[in-house]
Design a protein around this ligand. Sequence first.
Ligand SMILES: [Fe+2]
Length: 248
Amino acid sequence: MTDIHAHLLPGIDDGAQNMKDTLDLLRDSSESGVTRIVATPHFNPYYGWNNFRTPELTQLFESVRQAASAENIDIDIVLGTEINVDDDSARLLAEGKLCTYGNSRYVLAEFDERDTGRWVTSRLEDLVSAGYIPVVAHPERYYFVTDEPWIVYDWLEAGCLIQLTKGSILGSFGQEAQDNSDYLLDEGWVTCIASDGHRSGGIRNSKMKKIKEYIADVYSEKMARLLLEDNPAAIALGKEIVERGVRA
Ligand SMILES: [Fe+2]
């Protein structure tokens, strides 16, 4: 499997706090069947997470790769960023100040839970117009998606991709997030599923075995493969996605 959303880099956001946390996340991930994972530190100046694309960030990323290899954790690690999108994001990306997925056109885009649907749609359109392919992070957790879930279909039509978080599907983030996840999966509007791993042992851990079995059992083997292997791999490697929304 490929996991395109994880807060692996130590000490720069609310994910791993030190290299031990980082290695615990990577070990959990690898042991649960993940062969490639993307480190997506938060870019959210509102919380003080100013993780711009800098030599320091690249160096930290390289140190994680080296530490994983020294510990014999067999996993490929790619660098990205989870961008809390506002009306300045397209400009920052165009100026090369933020990391996309491995320097591709794919961008992990998150919003605040209380943003409005119309505002979010406009920001996604900004990114698409600027030539990016937004991968919308965990829409099932946004309040307006509960009221108007079909907005997710509009985003797919506009050229975006949709990432659900495994914990939402498995019920770790409450009934609403789980109901929204079920709806989006049933409609076939989901491109991939990721861990959004923050910490080993907690509800936002990086283990992916259970969710893969769940999707294969409840939906289909084909859907499990597309949502957890083929589509996330294409995003992480900057390749084209064949089925952006996947039906069982
Ligand atoms: Fe995240």
